[in-house]
Design a protein around this ligand. Structure first.
Ligand code: ZN
Ligand code: ZN
Ligand code: FE
Length: 747
């Protein structure tokens, strides 16, 4: 006999993850009756039964939740009377009054679906779009909440009778799986030739034939198109020529873990990340057997198939190069017609399907550092899962940086960090950025009361923020670039008290109007003081130095009176430019120092993408204990690392026939010593021992572990990122915390 009835509200990721079938199983087990429904904020239910059974139910709710569910909180109230119900029902979703629901990221194919895909007796045998409550597309197909089929791009595919039966059968593992479908009712594959013409019927087979011939195929995936080819030198160089991508590394999809292990070293943690339901690209150490021409450093980015279509495609290929389908760093293509027109002349064929990609979401890029994930690009499989903040905050929009753009919105104690957006200097990317801000605000029901952006006056994200604040009459907070990096790493580690920030990156706008990037700061979210930096180098031609790294090398030599050593082809002209100080902005950026030193060490005067000098320097370095001179001077209270004695010693050793690989290592060892000295200077002023490391330079895997160890050895407590990226993609989180701290000061 029922003696108690409760109404409960469960919040968190509880929609589209098999939560209601789970509730159904629990109600059967504990003989409870009542109903449940999805709401705008989670799942709502009323249940009645015996008191002890209801207790057991509430306990099991937490301890036995489905793998993809994340219960944020459960609120329940005792109702006055039992209604004498005898069954448990799922009732229709309510429309959201307040949108507090969380949206699940896309989920890689699960073991049950994989088994069906390869089971000749299953009715979904070899069906490239099968999915279930535990896997399949989510974020990339959702137009609106609550999450129901009619608000996804699966709305175009009415279920057949078989699928509908499964969908309504609460004992079936596809119960209320919104994107559920089969070959009779769901999306289909299509093959198009070079000029977009329809050829043949077996799209998958035609794709495989084209790939086997070494051709380039555009493949419509989950969050965007890929360009795929086999990893032979001919096919890869064809892909590079067609994509106008001379040297940037490509990602490789591997049929399985064994295929991955045949070309890279894969640790236990790395294997877990590769096979996780997020299915990111994981940077792994190459083996000598790794195919050539794909990555010019020691690592290769590998991923495993994450959709049934990929599984079928990879049947015959242990490895396929899979790079996002875009031209000259424009946003990756998501639309069939756009692919056919834009990629004409790039792809030899097109593997299309007729399920729309609603939201562009590129592959995520990550790595394992000291057994913990160290994210580099947080996108498909991660977004839009929120990062949990320590405290509740008002609605804030943080607009991020520019080249590795992202944005972040707060709601309660959640921070919704966008997927990877790209470089806003492309008009199409800027449009994507604005569209995604709108989409996130609608999806999560957030109306920002404050806008925060980088203090850089020319960032396009800053221009957007200014316009937005003006139009809606919202307060606008300007956050200094390196301070944002610092606070991002603090938030990543749950730190709020004052600490030291060692913030090394390529460039960022300093609050004195010059370019910073080799900084040591002290402070917290509410403010900072700059304690130490590098001796600035004059960059002849400004932005030209990003690609023409021999200009930076020349400027370093000029600074220590060694221009005679320069191998720069415009040496005389650049010397005159430096002497006159014409268009030579000064930069204390660590990225430029890496570029200049790499140009001195190599015979190379140019790089093809920003930051390549640092990557190549890391790749050429050999392990060593040697260092170069570490000297400092003080300027207006700021401790500066004097690069001149280091550069002079470097040139001398190069001229003396020194081993360049060893010198590259010695240079980075020198930076380790610089970092420790910078922190000591901060410690002398404040007594602080906690140090957060942030900025793109800490993607360097020679530097990072050595610096962490050296700091620990010197009595500091160093912290690095593990939830958001150390590069500019991560700064939106720091901006958000800075805006919150500043607004608190105002109120
Ligand atoms: Zn599944
Ligand atoms: Zn069907
Ligand atoms: Fe930065």
């Amino acid at each position: 006999m029922s003696d108690r009835r409760i109404r409960a509200e469960i919040r968190g990721i509880v929609q589209g993850v098999g939560f209601r079938p789970f509730l159904h199983r629990l109600t059967e087990r504990f003989k409870l009756s009542g109903w449940a429904r999805n709401t705008g904020s989670g799942v709502e239910l009323e249940l009645e039964g015996r008191s002890e059974d209801l207790e057991a139910f509430l306990q099991a709710l937490q301890s036995e939740a489905p793998p993809l569910a994340r219960i944020r909180d459960v609120k329940w109230t005792l109702l006055s009377a039992c209604l004498g119900e005898t069954s448990f029902r799922i009732i229709p979703s309510t429309h959201p009054s307040q949108r507090e629901v969380l949206v699940s990221p896309d989920v890689g194919i699960c073991p049950d679906c994989l088994r069906e895909l390869h089971d000749p007796k299953d009715r979904r045998y070899r069906y490239p779009f099968l999915n279930c409550t535990n896997c399949g597309p989510r974020f990339t197909i959702i137009r609106d909440v609550p999450y129901d089929r009619e608000r996804t791009s699966m709305a175009a595919f009415p279920m057949c009778s078989d699928c509908r039966e499964e969908y309504h059968d609460i004992t079936n593992r596809r119960y209320h799986a919104q994107p559920d479908c089969c070959a009779r009712c769901g999306p289909v594959l299509m093959w198009r030739g070079q000029a977009g013409e329809e050829i043949g019927a077996d799209a998958l087979e035609l794709t495989k034939q084209a790939l086997r011939r070494g051709e380039i195929v555009a493949v419509k995936g989950l969050g965007a198109f890929h360009l795929a080819c086999i990893p032979t030198p001919e096919a890869v160089s064809l892909l590079r020529r067609r994509k106008h991508r001379d040297e940037k590394p490509f990602a490789v999809m591997c049929a399985n873990l064994e295929a991955a292990r045949s070309v890279c070293h894969v640790s236990e943690e790395e294997a877990a990340l590769l096979t996780s339901h997020r299915r990111p690209i994981v940077l792994l150490k190459k083996k000598p057997s790794a195919p050539e021409g794909i990555s010019d450093n020691r690592e290769l980015g590998l991923m495993l198939p994450y959709t049934p279509l990929h599984e079928l495609l990879m049947e015959e290929f242990p490895l396929l190069v899979m790079t996002s389908a875009n031209l000259s760093d424009l946003p990756a293509i998501i639309d069939n017609e756009e692919a056919l027109s834009t990629l004409r002349g790039v792809a030899d064929g097109f593997l299309l399907h007729n399920r729309d990609i609603v939201t562009r979401c590129d592959d995520s890029l990550t790595r394992v550092f000291r057994a913990v994930e160290y994210p580099l690009r947080r996108s498909r499989g991660y977004a839009p899962e929120p990062i949990s903040l320590g405290e509740k905050m008002p609605a804030i929009l943080a607009c991020g940086a520019e080249q590795k753009a992202s944005f972040c919105l707060s709601r309660g104690s959640d921070a919704f960090l966008s997927q990877h957006i790209g470089d806003l200097k492309n008009a199409e990317t800027l449009e994507h950025y604005k569209t995604q801000i709108d989409h996130f605000e609608r999806l999560f029901g957030i109306a920002p009361a404050t806008v925060v952006c980088d203090a850089h006056p020319d960032y396009l994200s800053s221009a957007y923020a200014q316009l937005r604040a003006k139009e809606q009459n919202l307060p606008l907070v300007l956050a200094q670039h390196h301070h944002s990096h610092m606070v991002s790493c603090m938030a990543d580690n749950g730190l709020t008290d004052s600490c030291i920030g060692l913030i090394w990156d390529g460039t960022g706008y300093g609050d004195d109007g010059t370019v910073w990037g080799g900084e040591c700061l002290i402070g917290d979210a509410s403010g900072y003081t700059r304690v130490a930096s590098l001796r600035p180098v004059a960059l002849p031609g400004g932005d030209l130095c990003t690609h023409e790294i021999d200009r930076t090398a020349h400027a370093l030599l000029w600074d220590c009176g060694l221009v005679s050593q320069s191998r720069c082809k415009n040496a005389d002209f650049i010397t005159r430019q430096l002497d006159a100080g014409l268009n030579c902005p000064r930069s204390s950026g660590m990225g430029r120092l890496f570029d200049g030193v790499y140009a001195l060490l190599s015979a190379r005067g140019r790089v093809t993408y920003e930051g390549q000098g640092a990557i190549l320097l890391e790749a050429m370095a050999r392990e060593t204990d040697k260092t170069l001179p570490v000297e400092f001077y003080e300027e207006n209270g700021l401790v500066r690392f004097d690069t001149r004695p280091m550069v002079a010693a470097l040139v001398e050793q190069i001229n003396g026939g020194g081993d360049r690989a060893e010198l590259a290592g010695a240079f980075m060892n020198t930076l380790v010593a610089v970092g420790v000295e910078q922190c000591r200077a901060a410690n002398r002023q404040t007594g602080l021992r906690r140090v957060v490391l942030s900025g793109g330079v800490f993607q360097n895997m020679y530097l990072l572990p050595r610096l962490l160890d050296a700091l620990t050895g010197a009595g500091f407590q160093p912290y690095h990122h593990s939830r958001v990226s150390t590069n500019d993609e991560g700064i939106a989180l720091g901006q958000l915390m800075i805006a919150h701290a500043r607004r608190k000061d105002v109120n």
